[in-house]
Design a protein around this ligand. Structure first.
Ligand code: ADP
Length: 243
């Protein structure tokens, strides 16, 4: 049993933290082949990229150009066939699945096109679930859930379930859920694809805001040309290559 004093300390807001000094991601000569029948499908071709602390980086390209495959490799969900991926200086490409899973749970957040919320849980419970999964001490849950839902503009919707929210609001719950455990990197696959342009703009405004307040870097895929202007850097992908 912890001392009462210690419990009080745990309930305080987690202190602000510094941005990393070095790059969040460095990608060197990444190739990815997928075996299809007797052939090898060449999906990523000599990918070189960097994400610096506090940057919003976009991967733009047509459907089938390889964006999702690259995003999965950046997040440690998949391995390159060859080449190097350094996450905060750590050689992800040399790590086994278990080690990458651990790093991912601690330091990476994911947002998918179709929101990926638990349908029977409220916004609050959805965000809390991600804190539970990341082994964040229970004493911090309440303040962290409140903080994250306020950050995405949903302070008045905390107890709504997904079906009681608009698409844009659901996506903002998904963002709160993805940043709750304080990841260093947020990866988002077409986060605005299912939204109209106004809701899409709101999601991008939330991204800009959390970069500032949460010291997170964001790498997202998109094929929407209207949101490119908010990016710090855009990589254009054609047929598995940056052009
Ligand atoms: P995008 O996200 O730009 O639409 P993807 O990365 O999803 O592109 O897919 C790029 C190409 O790789 C596609 O031709 C797709 O069919 C192929 N591909 C993706 N994943 C696999 C897999 N696991 N096995 C075989 N082919 C795959």
């Amino acid at each position: 049993e912890p001392e009462p004093e210690q419990e009080e300390r745990l309930e305080e807001e987690v202190p602000a933290r510094e941005l990393d000094a070095g790059p969040i991601l460095v990608v060197n000569q990444v190739e990815r082949f997928f075996p299809v029948g007797n052939e090898q499908l060449h999906v990523l071709k000599g990918i070189q990229m960097e994400v610096q602390p506090g940057q919003l980086v976009m991967l733009r390209g047509r459907s089938g150009s390889g964006k999702t495959t690259l995003l999965n490799i950046l997040g440690g969900l998949d391995q390159p066939s060859s080449g190097e991926v350094y996450f905060r200086g750590n050689p992800f490409h040399t790590w086994d699945d278990d080690k990458r899973t651990l790093a991912r749970r601690m330091d990476i957040g994911f947002i998918f096109q179709a929101f990926a919320l638990m349908p029977l849980l409220s916004a609050w419970e959805n965000v809390e679930l991600s804190l539970r999964m990341a082994n964040v001490p229970k004493a911090q849950w309440k303040s962290r859930v409140e903080h994250c839902l306020e950050l995405v503009g949903l302070a008045k919707r905390m107890h709504h379930r997904p079906f009681e929210l608009s698409g844009g609001e659901q996506q903002r719950v998904a963002i709160a859920k993805a940043i709750a455990h304080r990841p260093r990197l947020l990866l988002a696959d077409e986060p605005t694809a299912e939204l109209d342009s106004q809701m899409g703009a709101q999601v991008m405004a939330v991204f800009k805001n959390i970069i500032r307040t949460e010291q997170v870097s964001i790498c997202m895929t998109t094929h929407d040309p209207t949101i490119l202007e908010v990016a710090d850097h855009v990589y254009e992908m054609v047929d598995g290559k940056f052009v």
